[in-house]
Design a protein around this ligand. Structure first.
Ligand code: BZD
Length: 819
């Protein structure tokens, strides 16, 4: 293992400037300099990357393929440097070269190949897999356009295409030699072999070439480098001469367009299923390429015998989006490797496992059979056979209630292919992402499956990587932690527990809060630069950052702000602690209510921030274009962490964990991982309010909720609601927010009023807020509680989560370097 060679690195950066831009380093702008430095960092990584693969192959390690439509990686440069542990040296060299590392980091675009929690979880998992020394490959799509960039124009969200690859990605390597063909459409012919066996031949298909681009995933301080492999699509026959000869130029061009379309853009919906054919195309495209590669790679190293594939290969399905993997693996094993159905089925079951991320009904993937069978005829045939055999098993097991069970559990039913059912039936493990969520799956959503296969179910509470979310995002806190307890927390977050003894230490409290203050100043600078709003760093920074969704209840947050504003206007003399409400959220482009909520937040901000009589007691800030890199600035600055979803709806949440470890106190419902956060830190160090998930579920069933009663009986709440429809926040168009008002009070044919019980929980929320503000003013109490939040956040490392997956689901062994 070589030591970091500063002189060599410096030379390399200078050479890269010439090679890449034909100019001297000193003549480059920041973006170009970023490329020169990134290429030098990539060169530092490459030997370890090759060595990792060699070592893993030599030891015949088991490899996990994390199959995911999304990897929300954020920026790579800073994190790679940090995990290489040559940060200090590289910073020195960069300074000597007259450059500035943070400015270079800023020049890198976010890798926004994901929507939100699910995509970011995949990114944290890769970091942990590499750091723990497991052999892993994240498989996804190289979207030409990642998650859209959000502009706020006149208070409205505007979506702008994210052309993140326009200047190239210095960390990717095109692996043309590993290209695979993926087939769509056509039909299947059955051929009888001489031995009597049936053979299925796919005819008349359109082929697309899948080309992988590999990027390194650097483990922290261990020389392990795993791979994120994203697939690009290319037409195989754009210029096929025979097509030309036939004058069939049109067909050739069409297939080029089809290929381009597949990887064009990430669908911006989270927790919502739209049923678009192109989406299924995307799914099969990257899954077919990934599965073929995984099997071929295994076969190459095992004399072409794939019957024990599951001993060395694990496929983890990140939600149902990659579930065609079950059928594709069956296809590859039977059609390409000539195994029998039973052999293939055993391998598939033992290889695949499925993670569920939501119980929201509108998120469940169900494909119409016409669409599915037309696009994927051979896959459909296999799914039908899996379904037929499953239904037989159900009939044998439940002879009395067979039809009822089949109606609820079949893969194909009512003209639809149900992907969650395929994932559960075709794999050996199913997990939820927090304890409460897993219990709800077992007792309600997936109850019949749990009854049939209890052994498949387990919980794997989510986590986040402390390398990015503390070490990289909050360097001052990282330094402080290391000064007090050493640096083992970087790879074992449970060590943070040792900080608890400092919770009552006056000096530690002062230092901890000084760091928080610096981070608030850093965020204030960011907001001034990006929003033109001046923040008071002595005020409470109350942070709600996550996708905009009704169930997450950003609307409840802003209704509370509207209430506070009324209070101050009515009682200008009352004592009021300065409070800054910070929002960051993107709405799916077609989600009207969510977009209108953004507009409401911005209009409320406009009115309150410009009211001189408020004297900065309340500030409302909507931070444009919330993304991983801005989260790194926002999260360390938070005092309050808003986690206020309707209980039972948020499977886990992960911003709750990032905010906790950075010393924010949770303002939350007993939902998702909040339940476990409260268990770890103690209810006295958080502000918990509202209905429990049992209460929510009961109220959903009994149909007795009447939000209008709250409107009629609570004057202050009524006043706030009236302000949605009397032009108070939209004088130019008093009806603007009527749909929000209606969503809370009026039942329509498709929806019960206030579906997410905002009014039901609003009073309790207001009380919890009041209590928290009171506590905030007791500086000693707050500092103690903040330190305890950091100290008790150890459980929420993705390292812990990954160790659980590795042991219970994947059965991985660690890579050991022999040289
Ligand atoms: O997954 C989220 C859940 O809502 C969170 O509670 C949970 O913490 C995280 C990680 O487990 N789900 C998503 O982010 N879902 C999506 O982004 C998504 C994307 C496409 C289609 C469906 C859902």
């Amino acid at each position: 293992m070589q030591k970091f060679d500063k002189a060599l690195f410096k030379k390399e950066v200078e050479n890269n400037a010439r090679k890449l831009f034909r100019r001297e380093l000193t003549e480059l702008n920041e973006k170009e300099a970023f490329h020169a430095v990134a290429a030098a960092v990539q060169n530092q990584i490459i030997d370890d990357w090759i060595r990792t693969t060699k070592a893993a192959e030599e030891e015949d390690c088991k490899r996990v393929y994390y199959l995911s439509m999304e990897f929300l990686m954020g920026r790579a440069l800073g994190n790679n440097i940090l995990n290489l542990t040559s940060q200090e040296e590289i910073r020195d060299v960069i300074n000597e070269l007259g450059l500035n590392l943070s400015a270079l980091e800023e020049a890198e675009p976010d890798w926004a190949l994901g929507n939100g929690g699910l995509g970011r979880l995949a990114a944290c998992f890769l970091d942990s897999l590499a750091t723990l020394g497991y052999w892993a490959c994240g498989c996804g799509i190289r979207y030409k356009y990642g998650f859209f960039k959000q502009q706020i124009v006149d208070g409205y969200q505007k979506e702008v295409a994210d052309d993140w690859l326009k200047d190239g990605n210095p960390f990717e390597i095109r692996r043309a030699e590993l290209a695979k063909e993926v087939r769509f459409g056509g039909w299947v012919e059955t051929v009888q072999e001489e031995d009597g066996r049936l053979h299925f031949v796919h005819k008349g298909y359109q082929a697309v070439e899948a080309i992988p681009y590999d990027t390194p995933v650097v483990g922290y301080n261990n020389h392990v480098v795993d791979t994120l492999r994203v697939w690009d699509a290319k037409a195989t026959d754009t210029f096929r001469l025979d097509e030309f000869d036939k004058g069939n130029y049109q067909k050739a061009v069409e297939s080029a367009n089809m290929a381009r379309n597949i990887v064009e853009v990430l669908y911006p919906n989270d927790n919502h299923y739209a049923g678009k054919e192109l989406r299924l195309r995307q799914q099969y495209f990257f899954i077919s390429a990934s599965v073929q590669t995984a099997v071929a790679d295994y076969a190459k190293r095992h004399n072409g015998d794939v019957r024990k594939l599951y001993e060395k290969v694990a496929f983890q399905l990140n939600d149902t989006h990659p579930t065609v993997a079950v059928a594709e693996l069956m296809r590859v094993l039977m059609d390409d490797y000539h195994l029998t159905w039973d052999e293939s089925w055993e391998i598939t079951l033992k290889t695949c496992a499925y993670t569920n991320h939501t119980i929201m009904a509108e998120a469940l993937e169900k494909w119409p059979i016409e669409l599915f069978s037309k696009l994927l005829p051979r896959i459909y045939q296999i799914v039908e056979e899996i379904n037929r055999r499953f239904c037989e098993t159900v009939r044998a097991k439940y002879p009395e209630q067979a039809e009822e069970k089949i109606a609820k559990m079949a893969i194909i039913y009512d003209g639809q292919v149900k992907m969650a059912h395929l994932a559960i039936i075709g794999g050996h493990a199913v997990n939820g992402v927090a304890a409460l969520h897993t219990e709800i799956l077992k007792k309600q959503e997936l109850r019949d499956f749990y009854e049939m296969y209890p052994e498949k179910f387990s919980n794997k509470t989510n986590g986040i990587t402390q390398r990015r979310w503390v070490y990289h995002a909050n360097p001052e806190l990282a330094k402080w932690i290391t000064a007090h307890i050493g640096d083992q927390w970087l790879t074992d977050l449970s060590k943070l527990e040792k900080l608890a003894v400092y919770a009552d230490d006056k000096q530690a409290q002062a230092e901890f809060m000084a760091i928080k203050r610096h981070n608030k100043e850093r965020l204030a600078k960011y907001v001034l630069k990006h929003n033109g709003i001046k923040l008071n760093v002595d005020s409470i920074f109350d942070v709600m950052v996550k996708r905009l969704h009704e169930y997450k209840r950003q609307l409840m947050n802003i209704l509370h702000v509207m209430y506070l504003y009324n209070q101050i206007k009515d009682h200008p003399e009352m004592e009021f602690y300065p409070h800054t409400f910070i929002f960051g959220a993107k709405a799916a482009a077609g989600y009207k209510t969510a977009k209108l909520t953004i507009k409401l937040i911005n209009n409320v901000a406009e009115v309150i921030n410009n009211d001189p009589t408020i004297q900065d007691k309340i500030k409302v800030v909507f931070i444009e274009d919330y993304k991983v890199s801005s989260a790194e600035v926002i999260i360390p600055a938070a005092d309050f962490s808003e986690q206020i979803s309707t209980a039972s709806k948020e499977a886990s949440g992960t911003s709750n964990m990032k905010l906790m470890v950075n010393g924010a106190l949770t303002m939350g419902t007993m939902d998702g991982a909040n339940v476990e956060i409260v268990q770890e830190v103690g209810a006295e160090n958080a502000f918990i309010f509202g209905m429990s998930s049992d209460e929510v579920i009961a109220l959903e069933h009994n149909n007795e909720y009447r939000p209008m009663d709250i409107f009629n009986n609570d004057q202050e709440i009524r006043r706030v609601l009236m302000q949605l429809v009397n032009g108070f926040y939209s004088p130019e168009d008093p009806e603007l927010f009527r749909p929000l008002y209606d969503s809370l009070l009026n039942t329509n044919e498709s929806d019960r009023a206030d579906r997410y019980f905002i009014l039901k929980d609003l009073r309790a929320y207001m009380k919890a807020q009041e209590e928290a503000v009171k506590k905030f003013q007791d500086e000693e109490w707050w500092a103690r509680a903040a330190i305890l939040n950091t100290a008790h956040a150890g459980k929420f490392s993705s390292d812990r989560t990954i160790e659980e997956y590795a042991k219970d689901i994947w059965g991985l062994d660690k890579i050991v370097f022999k040289d």
